[in-house]
Design a protein around this ligand. Structure first.
Ligand SMILES: [Zn+2]
Ligand SMILES: [Zn+2]
Length: 410
């Protein structure tokens, strides 16, 4: 996720070491730097597999010609990400949003990765490297530089939205960014509230860690398609924002409206095969990393395990009941569910005696000590209960190193 991997520095991972190989740079001669990995378990990246991280970095070097998931590719439909995130909101509107904001900000802040790349450079190279990043992001032109240098290319690569730094509207230490077709708010116009959580938190986390002075940055959505605006806008400031907590916490009515709207979108796909969450320029998919920012969160915060499990159950049950209400029988409803999950590229989903998912996006690339597809398990459980009065249990999981995740019926 660090933009320094783009083009100038090749990063390899060996046993407990990261090798930074400066290969091409106008001012720094080719150099190799070995850095021990001491990332804290509180950072999501700690829970990712070394091979996955290696592959991710290799891809940054080869211009994303290969993929992380060989079977289904690296992009998933926005609707699946929304289902995961908003089921968390459904289960715990009180704590879930603020917890996700804090975890995301922390996990994306490079200064929490436990490595200081620059300090490993010889002093003369260190100074040259530091020239690349402005000392602080107070000035509008400095923040603009940061957005153009890093943030913009990440958004383009991940298909998460079209970002514009608002130079004229921004003032020193008060910056504005416009986000068009942002995946978090797309499809939820006029819900009556602002709807972005994750992308703002990721943005401000990365920026805070890149700034040389230690300051707490925060971000708030000031315009949103959810509020009826034609696009979303965020305000970034290096201080606490008094209204942030209340802005992230959503009313039950808002959460219900979002979940209902999402259900309408999904039904329109299932019944009429209407393309799901299609954006005019960017289409309907986002990079798997945008989903994994959400699904890796319970690996750093135990309290979230139950939220994803129970929220998933609630969402699955609701969808199952809805499909039965539309007149589908049990088998048809299950068939539609599998088709929907495969269409969203959740993974490669099959059903025989058991349900199997290859490359399940929830846990792909991560390692855990127990079967850990909390949302998927809850979702399948709720759905199967509503349809067939059956429960499922995850008995194999890619998080454990199994070749696929598998659920048996009980
Ligand atoms: Zn928005
Ligand atoms: Zn699993």
């Amino acid at each position: 996720m660090m933009s320094i991997s783009d083009g100038t520095i090749n990063i390899n991972i060996e046993e407990k070491k990261r090798i930074f190989n400066v290969v091409k740079h106008p001012k720094i001669k080719p150099t190799k730097i070995k850095v021990p990995i001491v990332t804290s378990p509180r950072v999501m990246a700690y829970h990712f597999d070394e091979d996955y991280q290696k592959q991710d970095m290799k891809m940054a070097m080869d211009g994303y010609k290969s993929t992380l998931r060989p079977k289904v590719g690296d992009f998933i439909n926005i609707a699946w990400r929304d289902l995961v995130f908003w089921s968390g909101m459904l289960w715990d509107p009180e704590n879930f949003p603020m917890k996700m904001y804090d975890i995301t900000k922390y996990s994306n802040n490079p200064s929490n990765f436990g490595i200081d790349l620059v300090s490993y450079l010889p002093w003369y190279k260190r100074n040259l490297f530091r020239l690349l990043i402005p000392d602080n992001f107070t000035k509008v032109k400095n923040m603009k530089k940061m957005f153009e240098w890093g943030t913009k290319s990440t958004q383009e690569r991940y298909n998460s939205g079209i970002i514009e730094f608002l130079e004229k509207k921004s003032k020193p230490d008060k910056h504005y960014v416009r986000f068009l077709e942002g995946y978090e708010c797309w499809g939820f116009d006029n819900i009556g509230d602002s709807l972005a959580f994750m992308k703002p938190a990721m943005t401000v986390g990365v920026l805070a860690g890149m700034e040389k002075i230690q300051r707490e940055w925060n971000i708030i959505e000031t315009k949103c398609v959810g509020l009826g605006d034609p696009y979303c806008e965020y305000m970034l400031v290096p201080r606490e924002i008094d209204e942030l907590r209340s802005s992230l916490k959503k009313k039950t009515t808002t959460i219900d409206k979002v979940n209902d709207r999402l259900k309408e979108h999904i039904l329109a796909y299932i019944q009429n095969k209407k393309p799901l969450m299609e954006r005019p320029t960017l289409g309907s998919d986002v990079h798997i990393h945008e989903l994994q920012q959400v699904t890796a969160a319970p690996l750093v915060a135990d309290q979230l395990v139950m939220i994803f499990r129970m929220g998933g159950t609630k969402a699955g049950k609701k969808l199952g009941e809805t499909l039965i209400q539309t007149g589908l029988n049990e088998n048809e409803a299950v068939k539609e569910l599998l088709d929907f999950m495969n269409y969203c590229k959740v993974g490669k989903v099959t059903l025989e005696e058991t349900i199997r998912i290859y490359e399940n996006s929830e846990r792909f690339g991560m390692k855990t000590k127990d079967p850990s597809c909390y949302f998927t398990t809850g979702f399948l459980n709720g759905f199967m209960y509503a349809i067939k009065n059956q429960h499922v249990k995850e008995i194999r999981c890619i998080g454990l190193g199994d070749p696929y995740c598998e659920w048996e019926f009980k």
